[in-house]
Design a protein around this ligand. Sequence first.
Ligand code: COA
Length: 418
Amino acid sequence: MQHRVGVEALALAVPHRFLDLEDLARARGIDPAKFTQGLGAKQMAVPDPGEDAPALAATAAKRALAASGIDVSRIGMVIVGTETGVDHSKAVASYVQGMLKLPRTVRTFDTQHACYGATAALHTAAQWIASGASHGKAALVVGADLARYGLKTVGEPTQGGGAVAMVVSDSPDLLELDFGVSGVDSLDVHDFWRPVGRREALVDGHYSIRCYLDALTASYTDWKQQALSRELVRKGDTLVSEQLARIAYHVPFCKMARKAHAQLRRVDLQERRGGKAWDEQAEAEEAPKLAASFETQVAPTLPISARVGNAYTASLYLGIASMLNLQAPSLVGKRVGLFSYGSGCTSEFFSAVVADKAVARIAAANIEDILAARERIDVEEYERLMGLASDAPLPTAPAPGTFRLEKIQEGRRIYAAG
Ligand code: COA
């Protein structure tokens, strides 16, 4: 059965300070090219304790509601995907409900599986709507996270943070999901984890890249079979992956998208070679085609992540925002591929079609203004902010239209609205 469901509007929120990664590289005695070319990053967001996951989630959600123009009485579900929640019990979604003064007639909860949480939330919302149980109501789905590895760690240049909020409904004005066509792959591994009580993540970085690529291979192969049988794509002269106008990957650092895209094409090419081993000649023939395909299909999904860094659950959705912000007019009616990966690990490859109101909807998100309003800080200030206790927010007034954690009283978090 076909269902029309997807993203009606989308908006983002980011910490108001950022660090240039060339400054960080110089301070650490590392060649800046390692960060800019080797990892593909330019800047990373630096949150202060007032910019926690609930504050960023609520700010993004407020903007998404404004971008959609939806009456809040039509929101029937709020799901926040996050791995940097603030309470073992109280959901970030509950804080969002409070800050946005949403009606009591909403179901609120969080979803967690590392960077995959927002994708779990998106599909949960889509299935609720498609089932008819929503009775015409819409869901507010948010991915909000702060990526923190710590000073002078191997993961330091891949930190960052931000939130993306989406209104998900049966009027997918921005992006219509290929509902029910979804490839998944999961495996119990320790590539990245953060035991309860730890502020910094633990990561086996190079292993996590291998886990990501294996997961991509399996979930893309699963999606491809379903997409072929539903005739969303066809076998022929054009590779199946090339039939997707753009592909947004989860990007813990931008270079990961390049590795992912090479792997995705390899899956298609290996199938075409009928099991013949991948050799130097195949690699040499593929190199220029991969470079061209990357520039067209993937590069437009990366500019926001290159400026914000890793935002865990929000990362894939920053990719969608980037691509539409840059190119929505030429993408209307076209199918895009989406890959979500959560360490631990679980993953999903799915697809969607850019809808006819995408141009107006993405313009309403004011992405350039939000990024341009940020303040560049030096390494000394970054290190000072990293040294602050998470429960000691700065006495800074929130910027207009944003929320900040103001204080914590007996574990109760109090937020201020600007
Ligand atoms: N100029 C240009 N490129 C350079 C360079 C230089 N001077 N020095 C190194 N590089 C390149 C390397 O060749 C490598 O590129 P490649 O991956 O294409 O081979 C890249 O920069 C990274 O160098 P590497 O030595 O592998 O970095 P690292 O050991 O410091 O670790 C991560 C990189 C990503 C593993 C690490 O930052 C990390 O653990 N991040 C957190 C986990 C994560 O994001 N995982 C992803 C999956 S969820």
